[in-house]
Design a protein around this ligand. Structure first.
Ligand SMILES: [Zn+2]
Length: 130
């Protein structure tokens, strides 16, 4: 499992643009790639209270995972936003964590990544073009 997430700055900005479009609702999506993030895959948030929670639409999630498999990409991380809170996992984020990939959280104070439910932090390293 990756202990460091490498993400080209262009894709980091693409992720932030997606989450800004969703605000004040939480946004959710996937980072897919091989050694580094190669694709940002936004997913619809179908949580009944989307300002305080996220739930990726199950069919869109399944389609995204199949497409990644076809392209030889791995799931590197799941991202979501806290439009009105810090980049820290909420109790619900911990309780509902099911995946063994880092959860990247974009909050009002920046972004951080964690393995959940335990909460160990994973470093996110932006890659700038040479
Ligand atoms: Zn959260």
């Amino acid at each position: 499992m990756a202990q460091v997430l490498y993400v080209p700055i262009r894709l980091l900005r693409e992720t932030q643009a997606h989450l800004e479009r969703e605000a004040p609702r939480e946004g959710v999506g996937l980072w897919a790639g091989r050694r580094e993030v190669e694709r940002v895959i936004p997913l619809p948030n179908v949580h009944p209270n989307p300002r305080t929670g996220y739930l990726a639409e199950p069919l869109a999630l399944l389609r995204a995972l199949k497409e990644m498999e076809r392209e030889g990409l791995s799931l590197l991380a799941i991202y979501h936003s806290h439009p009105a809170g810090p980049a820290l996992p909420s109790p619900t984020d911990r309780k509902e964590a099911r995946w063994r990939v880092p959860y990247v959280i974009f909050g009002t104070d920046g972004f951080r990544a964690f393995l959940l439910p335990e909460g160990r932090e994973v470093e996110v390293v932006p890659l700038y073009p040479p």
